[in-house]
Design a binder for this molecule. Structure first.
Ligand code: SAM
Ligand code: SF4
Length: 325
């Protein structure tokens, strides 16, 4: 596995397949978001060439994300190509709107599981927060993913004051009736949406309080040891845990083994730091595998210790959809 200068094993790569999306969530992008020209984004062949290099370097887990990865026309061949590179742990983060059609071919291509973003179970509020999303399509997508074995399903929720802070308990209650892990992601400030995120953030303490007030106490699982980036709890009698991903108030930088490949071929070592290294330009100029592998190793070595939000350092160059959340 490639090591960074702090001795962390970087073994998990998140790849943003596209910056484009069929929704416009208020905390993620402006409604009139301008996307990058396709020619600046990695082609399928370029993605798979880099995937093979990462596999040779010891990356053993890949998550496909975006923007919205299911709007990429080659999503299925890309999943197949990652499996063919020898990486068996392949998952997807999606808004779920296209899963009804895609769950079966994704499973057949070798996808392991999905995380689906759902911020509220109220259809009107769902539309308000996603601007273009329809809750019934997403719920149908989650059911299709479960039916085709893309499990365990995880539901990701971001809570924004004035949009869905009143309904956090409704989502948590899903764990009483479904084996779906519900995880609350702390809202983070990026580029153009930084001010919105800072003004509308709801603390994890408040979310937890709202859940417990409505549904009873949350019991800590595993003495609070992190499961990936989430700290897990459980409601009495629940079929699945509830997770809190508190990047800002409870950072998990010490155990971070992630790197991100943006849709335009930059390797980004910390979600919340703008420092990146370009892999696509050298690849297009004819760099050999050995040269590209050396660049990847050097970039990974440079992975910063942690993010700078406590010191007021906000990533300004890109929003989440351009990085690959
Ligand atoms: N479109 C897919 C989706 O929505 O799941 C994948 C990409 S999206 C950028 C990945 C995750 O980032 C989603 O769960 C979304 O809610 C989250 N996200 C977007 N903007 C965020 C922000 N400012 N703070 C925290 N999470 C954010
Ligand atoms: Fe699209 Fe996901 Fe961003 Fe929402 S969070 S706008 S679904 S990329």
């Amino acid at each position: 596995m490639p090591l960074d200068s702090f001795g962390r094993d970087i073994h998990y790569l998140r790849i943003s397949l596209t910056d484009k999306c069929n929704m416009r969530c208020v905390y993620c992008m402006a409604e009139d978001m301008v996307f990058q020209p396709s020619a600046e984004l990695m082609s399928t062949a370029e993605i798979l060439r880099l995937v093979n290099l990462f596999a040779q370097l010891g990356i053993d887990k890949i998550r496909l994300t975006g923007g919205e990865p299911t709007v990429h026309p080659d999503l299925i061949p890309i999943v197949r190509g990652i499996r063919a590179a020898g990486i068996s742990r392949v998952s997807l983060t999606t808004n779920g709107a296209r899963l009804t059609q895609l769950a079966k071919p994704l499973k057949e291509a070798g996808l392991e599981r999905v995380n689906v973003s759902v911020d509220t179970l109220d259809p009107d509020k769902f539309q308000r927060i996603t601007r273009w999303g329809k809750l019934d399509e997403v719920m149908s997508g989650i059911n299709a993913a479960e039916a085709h074995g893309l499990t365990p399903i995880k539901i990701n929720a971001v809570v924004a004051r004035g949009y869905n802070d009143e309904e956090v308990a409704g989502l948590a209650a899903l764990t009483l009736t479904h084996p779906w892990q519900v995880r609350y992601i702390e809202m983070m400030p990026f580029g153009d949406v930084a001010k919105f995120a800072q003004d509308a953030v709801v603390s994890q303490a408040e979310i937890r309080q709202r859940i417990e007030h409505a549904l009873g106490p949350l019991e800590l699982i595993d003495d609070g040891r992190l499961d990936g980036e989430a700290r897990l709890f459980r409601l009495k009698g629940a079929l699945a845990p509830i997770g809190f991903i508190s990047t800002i108030t409870n950072p998990f930088c010490a155990s971070c083994g992630r790197a991100r490949l943006t849709a335009d071929g930059k390797l980004r070592l910390c979600l919340l730091r703008d420092d990146e290294g370009d892999l696509l330009t050298p690849l297009r100029r004819g760099a050999s595998d050995v040269e590209l592998e050396a660049s990847i190793r050097n970039l990974i070595w440079r992975k910063p210790w942690g993010h700078g939000l406590p010191e007021g350092v906000i990533p300004l160059q890109r929003v989440m959809s351009q990085i690959g959340g």
